[in-house]
Design a binder for this molecule. Structure first.
Ligand code: ARG
Length: 457
């Protein structure tokens, strides 16, 4: 039976009931609903709605239910209860009889669902923080063993300047560190308890809401009841954290997909995260990475969807807000899965150093060095840039690298060029020189690895 039958003389149309019910997705809030209910029962003792004996009975029954739910959460789906709040209350009444009917005194499903969802978010954020750090750790480990793996760095997907595989890994560590700090910011703002705000105007029982918040592990209680039951900023913030996090993972995936192509051949992915073709026997496809890249779309969709659901909603609670859950659950599940999958992909990659090195040596990635060399000889940079451009055209015409041009040939472009130009053009020198903070020099990369390790320890 619905929680609100008294006002109605006709039963709900089955089609409407199906349309309206949320149990099939909000059953995931069962643990939070039970924990919130235990805290509420304690609050009811402080305002003499329950005596402590009654409270203990309720608490024992709710704890028993918690055990059952933990053992098999899917059992909830067998019920035709409207939502998880109705289900928990129904189960409680089945266990303790009429006493169970006292629990909802002074409480509304509006402050209840807001509380449940925030408790769930807090739990999920912990899991996401853990996974974000795990991936950073995996990237640091990969960086550490690939400090001397030189490969081309790109802009416009054109070979630009040499970098190392380690430096590339550390770039993603930075993105993930920002994702981590975004989650922590979100956590701070969402750590405020809605319970005790009633339907919209506050509860009529003089409950100490700060104390209640403390029992539930919240840092404090909200300040305005109207806002509390209609606020879903934490959902928006988490979806936005997820949207940005997934953009990062999709770029990570795309880079790796490219590195793994026959054309680039910088890495080889492990068999355990690739799949074959039903037709072409030679294929080994980077499905794990393509799915990470692809799943980014649905997470962006969830954020946009929720923004639109909330836009223009009048205060306070409206049923529109029930639409907050499916998108949030899916987006955060997807993000967590993709973080885990990224760790798995990194675990078995093989960096093909000779190939990376060869590619870094081609494509005139040391042109900037030649320009800097001329600058050191007193040529203004703009002029040096032009001179090197001409030298590159000539080298391309001959089909050779810059350093393969003879000194006599190079001198045709600038008389400032001497024999000492050749060491400058070596790949290692290109790396060594970039020694300002954040650069690709071995020293900077080693420092970045140590620093990241300390932060992640
Ligand atoms: N299932 C509802 C939701 O998820 C619970 C709150 C219902 N409140 C109400 N006034 N009908 O939003």
């Amino acid at each position: 039976m619905a929680l609100w039958g008294g006002r109605f003389t006709q039963a709900a149309d089955q089609r409407f009931k199906q349309f309206n019910d949320s149990l099939r997705f909000d059953y995931r809030l069962a643990e939070q609903d039970i924990v919130g209910s235990i805290a509420w029962s304690k609050a009811l003792v402080t305002v003499n709605v329950l005596n402590s004996d009654e409270q203990q009975q309720l608490e024992a029954a709710l704890n028993a239910l918690l055990e059952e739910v933990r053992a098999s959460p899917e059992q909830i789906l067998q019920s035709d209860a409207e939502d998880i709040h109705s289900w928990v209350e129904g189960q409680l009444i089945e266990k303790v009889g009429a006493l169970g009917k006292k629990l909802h005194t002074g409480r509304s499903r509006n402050d209840q669902v807001a509380t449940d969802l925030k408790l769930w978010c807090k739990m999920q954020v912990e899991a996401l923080l853990g996974a974000t750090r795990e991936l950073q750790q995996a990237l640091v480990v990969t960086a550490e063993v690939n400090q001397d793996a030189v490969m081309p760095g790109y802009t416009h997907l054109q070979r630009a300047q040499p970098v190392t595989f380690a430096h590339w890994c550390l770039a993603y560590v930075e993105m993930l560190a920002r994702d981590e700090s975004r989650l922590q910011d979100t956590l701070k703002r969402l750590d405020v308890s809605p319970l005790g705000c009633g339907a919209l105007a506050g509860t009529a029982y003089e409950i100490d809401r700060q104390q209640l918040a403390g029992w539930l592990g919240f840092a404090s209680a909200t300040r305005n009841s109207l806002d509390t039951v209609s606020d879903r900023d934490h959902v928006l913030e988490l979806l936005s954290d997820a949207a940005i996090g997934m953009v990062h993972l999709s770029r990570f995936a795309e880079d790796m997909i490219f590195f793994n192509t026959g054309e680039a051949g910088f890495i080889e992915l492990a068999d355990k995260v690739t799949s074959g073709s039903s037709l072409m026997p030679q294929k080994k496809n980077p499905d794990a990475l393509e799915l990470i890249r692809g799943k980014c779309g649905r997470v962006q969709g969830a954020l946009t969807g929720m923004m639109m659901t909330l836009k223009g909603l009048p205060l306070a609670y409206n049923k529109d807000m029930q639409e907050d859950k499916e998108g949030l659950f899916d987006a955060l599940d997807t993000w967590l899965d993709c973080l885990h999958m990224s760790v798995l992909v990194l675990d078995g990659i093989q960096v093909k150093r000779p190939h990376c090195q060869e590619a870094a040596e081609q494509g005139y990635a040391n042109s900037t060095e030649l320009a800097d060399y001329l600058v050191a000889k007193g040529v203004p940079f703009r002029e040096a840039h032009h001179i090197v451009g001409e030298a590159v055209v000539e080298a391309i015409k001959q089909g050779v690298a810059l350093e393969a041009l003879s000194l006599a040939q190079l001198k045709q472009f600038s008389t400032a060029i001497e024999e000492d130009v050749y060491p400058t053009l070596a790949l290692q020198s290109c790396l060594d020189k970039r020694n300002a903070q954040g650069g690709v020099s071995p020293q900077q990369v080693a420092y970045a690895i140590t620093e990241a390790k300390q932060r992640l320890a």
